[in-house]
Design a protein around this ligand. Structure first.
Ligand SMILES: [Fe+2]
Length: 374
């Protein structure tokens, strides 16, 4: 027995205005320090019913720790929000998911969130995700990542009960994304679609989402990189990224993410840049396991990028948008990279991406793949 899980999706121009339909209720807006200082927060507030009460929780940065997440939980519970909004990139939406769980169950900590037991967290409040980048797919997933304040480690938790009930994809929120963020989050979304499509846990629903996601993103991201204000193509990438999120959260990611997380946990490097680095080599490694599937994806890319096989096409595409395809492009020194190699292999081998990747791999093959990008 399988499930396909997804939030209700509100998308397209002016979709933020849907927020007014919730009426004069209490909203908790969970958004990081940066977004809280921009006009995006004001824009969201302007779209609420004039009688709505709001509380903003923004005392966290890019990689929120358990301590930060819990810092105002007492106040949040007394506010007793009817609607919890996660507004921002992956970390804001993930934090909102955890707050939603802790607001519903006063006796649990972030570490107790697991898909293995029923949490019973629904206390009548609703969880809405509003992404301000196009890539993480967190708005469509039931996973969340937070950092451990004492051990400096990242924890990935999951439960179908923290899947947002609704996601609002308003292209107005991504029109001013800087090029570096558009490139990295777009690369992440492409990786989600390709990994979902090859995953050993793939299914017809995730396949459909992955194919369409890839078509929308690779058709429109090059235009967005040249003209960031192109609302139509921004909208395509935004929708495509959420579809890629739905694809991988219903089928899992693979070895590219296993390696990308290992690199990201070792060096300070944007997640999209980290996965982009390994995408083409891992596709090459997987080719014989999913040849037909990859040739179908290869035909989705615009002809100008298309090589004989998907690995070549992806590399052409990533180069064209200025994405790093070798360690030297990332600014990491070769000697530093080599000195952390064994630890990165170890971290990658611990990831679930190893299990779901189309081709099986052992640590010596993963080491070779890490070395391929030098
Ligand atoms: Fe990712």
């Amino acid at each position: 027995m399988w499930f396909f899980r997804s939030p209700d999706i509100v998308f397209g121009e002016d979709s933020l205005s849907h927020l007014s339909s919730f009426g004069p209720v209490k909203f908790l807006i969970v958004t990081d320090k940066f977004i809280a200082s921009t006009k995006i927060l004001e824009l969201v507030k302007q779209n609420l019913d004039p009688g709505a009460k709001t509380m903003v929780f923004s005392e966290f940065g890019e990689e929120p720790t358990d301590k930060e997440i819990l810092s105002r939980i007492g106040e949040i519970r007394s506010f007793s929000p009817d609607v919890i909004i996660g507004l921002g990139g992956g970390s804001s939406m993930d934090t909102a998911k955890i707050i939603y769980a802790l607001n519903g169950r006063r006796d649990i900590t972030p570490y107790d969130i697991t898909p293995l037991v029923s949490l019973g967290i629904n206390n009548g409040s609703r969880l809405i995700a509003i992404p301000t980048t196009s890539g993480t797919g967190s708005e469509c997933s039931w996973a969340a990542i937070f950092s451990d304040s004492s051990e400096k480690r990242k924890n990935e938790i999951a439960s179908p009960e923290i899947l947002p009930g609704m996601s609002i994809l308003d292209p107005a929120l991504v029109l001013s994304l800087p090029p570096e963020l558009s490139r990295n989050t777009g690369t992440d979304a492409i990786t989600h679609a390709i990994e979902a499509y090859g995953s050993q846990w793939r299914n017809p629903y995730s396949d459909a989402m992955a194919e369409k996601a890839l078509e929308l993103i690779v058709g429109s991201l090059p235009v967005v990189m040249k003209d960031p204000t192109d609302a139509y193509n921004r909208g395509n990438v935004h929708i495509g990224a959420s579809m890629a999120g739905m694809a991988f959260s219903n089928s899992q990611i693979g070895l590219v993410h296993a390696m990308g997380h290992a690199l990201g946990g070792t060096f300070r490097i944007a997640h999209g840049k980290a996965v982009g680095l390994y995408l083409s080599p891992v596709i090459r490694f997987n080719l014989s396991a999913v040849r037909k599937r990859y040739s179908r994806l290869n035909r989705i890319f615009p002809e100008e990028f298309r090589g004989k096989t998907l690995d070549i096409t992806v590399e052409n595409f990533l180069r064209s948008i200025g994405q790093a395809v070798s360690v030297s492009d990332t600014g990491i020194k070769e000697s530093e990279y080599r000195s952390h190699l064994e630890r990165m292999v170890e971290l990658a081998m611990e990831s679930t991406g190893i299990i779901t990747n189309p081709a099986d791999s052992d640590s010596s093959q993963v080491r070779e793949l890490f070395l391929e990008v030098l």
